[in-house]
Design a protein around this ligand. Structure first.
Ligand code: FES
Length: 166
């Protein structure tokens, strides 16, 4: 089946209606129609986490979600977190800790971290390992990634304190 129709998506605060086949995945539409290449195609089966985005603030695997299934929901991709001039604390922490080798998994690691810190601003190392256990990194940068998440939590708390004092 390849039925043509349209889908309205709200991605990084931008709302667009696009032609999309009913079976098109969110990942395909984000990469091909929104030109957002933060979410990566890894396994295409929901098993590696490279394609992770946030749907209404919750981490989700865009390769196995039909785009039509998230019409009118708030979708955030890596590109929606920060800018080069104002990095998101999680992005800043991953850069500070040099938590990448090839970098392919990083989109998923960062998006999972954003979702984790929204629920738990002070995660223990064990919480981080559990949260990221479904995200695959074939380079073996896990130790740096865990350090980056701890640093991201610290930066997020500092930003919160700064904002609440100003
Ligand atoms: Fe989506 Fe692997 S590409 S989980």
């Amino acid at each position: 089946m390849n039925m043509g129709c349209t889908v309205t998506l709200c991605v990084n605060q931008v709302r667009r209606t696009l032609p999309a086949t009913v079976e098109a995945s969110l990942l395909t539409v984000l990469r091909n129609d929104f030109a957002l290449n933060g979410p990566k195609y890894g396994c295409g089966l929901g098993q590696c986490g490279a394609c992770t985005v946030l749907v209404d603030g919750v981490a989700a695997r865009a390769c196995v979600i039909p785009a039509h299934g998230v019409a009118d929901r708030q979708i955030t991709t890596l590109e929606g977190l920060g800018t080069l001039d104002a990095l998101h604390p999680v992005q800043q922490a991953f850069i500070e800790q040099q938590a990448a080798q090839c970098g392919y998994c990083l989109n998923g690691m960062i998006m999972m971290t954003v979702a984790l810190l929204a629920r738990n601003p002070e995660p223990e190392e064990e919480d981080i390992r559990r949260e990221l256990s479904g995200n695959l990194c074939r380079c073996g940068t896990h130790l740096e990634i865990v350090k980056a998440v701890l640093r991201a939590a610290e930066l997020t708390r500092q930003n919160f304190t700064r904002r609440s004092q100003s």
